[in-house]
Design a protein around this ligand. Sequence first.
Ligand code: PHE
Length: 339
Amino acid sequence: MDELKKYLEDFTKEISQAKSLDELNRVKGKYVGRKGLLNRLFQQLAQLSPEERKNTGRKLNQLKQTMESMVKERMQQMQSSRTKIENAVDITLPGKKQWLGSYHPLLIMLDQIIAIFKSLGFRVETGPEIETEHYNFEALNMPEDHPARDEQDSFYLDSGYLLRTHTSPGQIRALQRLTPPFKVIIPGKCYRRDAFDASHSPVFHQVEGLVVADSISMGDLKGTIEVFVRRLFGPERKVRFRPSYFPFTEPSAEVDISCGICGGKGCQSCGYSGWLEIMGSGLVHPNVFRNAGCDPDKLRGFAFGMGVERIALLVFGIPDIRWFFENDIQFLDQFRIFR
Ligand code: PHE
């Protein structure tokens, strides 16, 4: 009888501790299941005298009934609390996402451009936004009377200083600072006195590239740019090198990519030409090497410069450059990062 009492105590404790229907069923099986503790006791009844058997048998039956009704009660209790929770909260709804803030689309674009060139072995250099006329123009083969210098309407500061109009002065600084062979990109802000319209902003970003070694050809330039374009815009893009002029490269070429909207057939976006211009490029002019204190007979190089806004407009499908600078939350929100 003591043993039975102990069983009931243990049983009571175990079912009250059971936290799920599974656990409850396990406790039930342990005591009143087919191979449970009570059944084992029932089997031992045969060893008792007829008198004891009757008595103990009755006690065992009572205990079994008690346990079964306790299980039932506990089960109902569990089910009703579960229904209560399920009615209070729709557990199938997705959770609230945490907003971690957002990167500016131009920064996203810059990061992607930089990552591609890094994977090709380029390292990142920087130069000052306040430049001297020497680095911004003269050293780049644009003397005072050079017509190209008039085209660049600049923000001049005091005596010989200005806000750089392109990242190309970084070429001179890299040549002075590094020992060839090297591959660098120079990302940064540039400034020009342009009207603020759908395709111009007085402040914009460029990524300059410069590769210098003892032998470099237009083929190296074309290969590098083609890899870059396919990585950024996808494998279907065609790249075209169109002869052009820059004072600091010779020969010079402008790089066009096939229009992603019409696939090259011609549409409003590409001015019905099928092509979009994305950067200027060329082989480093001997005077640039000379102006940076390098020997143009011993070195060759290629350089390129791309407008980050222009590329971001194409990649993100944004129609107006001003959207990048207006800090409109509804625009920026579209680049949110969630966790
Ligand atoms: N600096 C030129 C521009 O701003 C681009 C360029 C860079 C062209 C390097 C050739 C080589 O338009």
